[in-house]
Design a binder for this molecule. Structure first.
Ligand SMILES: *Cc1c(COP(=O)(O)O)cnc(C)c1O
Length: 357
């Protein structure tokens, strides 16, 4: 068996849930498990939280149906809503709550008159999805004329809640605080970053993604700074090492030139596993027996290279790419990306090992 695997620590996930809940004890949390739970395996994650999470959030009905098929009974919110009127019957049948963000979706609901639960999305400044906050009065009036829809409330999303400068986020929050919501409607405004940085945005429902997985959405901090634990460890092994003399090249396009004589290790991970080809800058660390080494040369489809210098390790030695010992935030920063992408982009070829803790 190829040694590359993502090890998922469900005890860490449950710990993170408690940390988030303690941050907002009065609110309820939607566990955001879209995109296969950011690569952490949506079914394992959803099942591990089933006794504490009142609700899951996914991007689309396909992701929700997979949770229902596994027997999960919680509320499920569809963050992108529905993509065609045919999905209305599916939402009703599977008890899914689409986020309605566009007039054409409202028109589909009006034409179908199918009883279902749904949310309305207000665009308070992200300008990605949602109805303009300025038109909310007419929108709410229109919504209330649709008695077959059991409106749960309003969703909005912050563009910059992770930023040092909260001026933009506070501007969004001010717009949201001006909404005249019908009495029974609930508010869901905060993502992970806002839960910590904008407590005034907490409302009735939080939507927690990245921090549930133990990672920080903020630059210059790690999940551990918030008491969170990394849920995923990405681990592989050394397949071979080669001794190079100074100036000798290695890999496609002679992508690496040995700066001195020393050992070069080949490890099992490549862009076929979702390890982006540009993650080879010579600045991106890996961990071997507690010591940092750096990826060098060009990442290929199945393999990548590490410069060991004077050290050597036998084939089969474990290499951590990120996780428990080496923070994904540090690796992401070195790779000029964000930690969200490192776990989410992994392909199905990466073996899943779930630890129940
Ligand atoms: C992905 C997503 C979230 C979760 O965001 P995190 O930063 O991972 O906590 C919340 N709300 C919406 C609308 C999303 O698309």
């Amino acid at each position: 068996m190829r040694p590359l695997k993502k090890i998922i620590d469900l005890a860490a996930l449950r710990h993170n849930w408690q940390v988030l809940q303690a941050q907002a004890p009065q609110a309820r949390i939607m566990a955001v498990v879209k995109a296969n739970a950011y690569g952490h395996d949506a079914l394992s994650v959803a099942q591990a939280l089933a006794d504490v999470a009142p609700c899951y959030a996914v991007a689309c009905s396909e992701e929700a149906v997979a949770l229902r098929a596994a027997g999960l009974r919680q509320a499920i919110v569809l963050l992108e809503g529905i993509f065609s009127p045919e999905e209305i019957a599916l939402c009703a049948e599977q008890d899914l709550q689409p986020v309605i963000h566009h007039q054409r979706q409202l028109d589909w609901l009006a034409a179908a008159q199918t009883p279902l639960k749904a949310w309305l999305k207000i665009d308070s400044g992200m300008h990605r999805l949602g109805f303009a906050a300025a038109e909310s009065e007419a929108l709410f009036a229109q919504a209330l004329c649709m008695p077959y829809v059991d409106w749960q409330g309003v969703v909005s999303h912050f563009a910059c809640a992770d930023s040092e400068d909260l001026a933009h986020a506070e501007g969004q929050l001010a717009q949201l605080q001006h909404l005249q919501l019908p009495d029974t409607w609930q508010r869901s405004y905060a993502n992970s970053a806002a839960i910590f940085r904008l407590p005034a945005a907490q409302g009735e429902w939080l939507r927690a993604g990245i921090m549930l997985y133990g990672l920080s959405p903020f630059e210059d901090s790690c999940g551990a700074d918030f008491g969170l634990q990394a849920v995923m460890t990405l681990q592989t092994e050394i397949l071979a090492t080669h001794y190079l003399s100074q100036g000798e090249s290695a890999g496609y396009a002679q992508g690496f030139i040995a700066p001195s004589e020393g050992y070069l290790a080949t490890i099992a991970i490549g862009y076929g596993d979702g390890w982006a080809r540009r993650i080879e800058s010579g600045k991106v660390p890996v961990l071997i027996e507690g010591r940092r080494y750096y990826l060098v040369g060009l990442v290929t489809m199945d393999m990548a290279l590490i410069w060991l210098g004077a050290e050597n390790y036998p084939a089969g030695t474990a290499v951590e790419l990120f996780g428990k010992q080496l923070a994904a935030e540090e690796v992401a920063a070195a790779a000029e990306t964000i930690p969200y992408t490192l776990s989410t982009m992994l392909t199905p070829r990466v073996r899943l090992e779930v630890r129940h803790g």
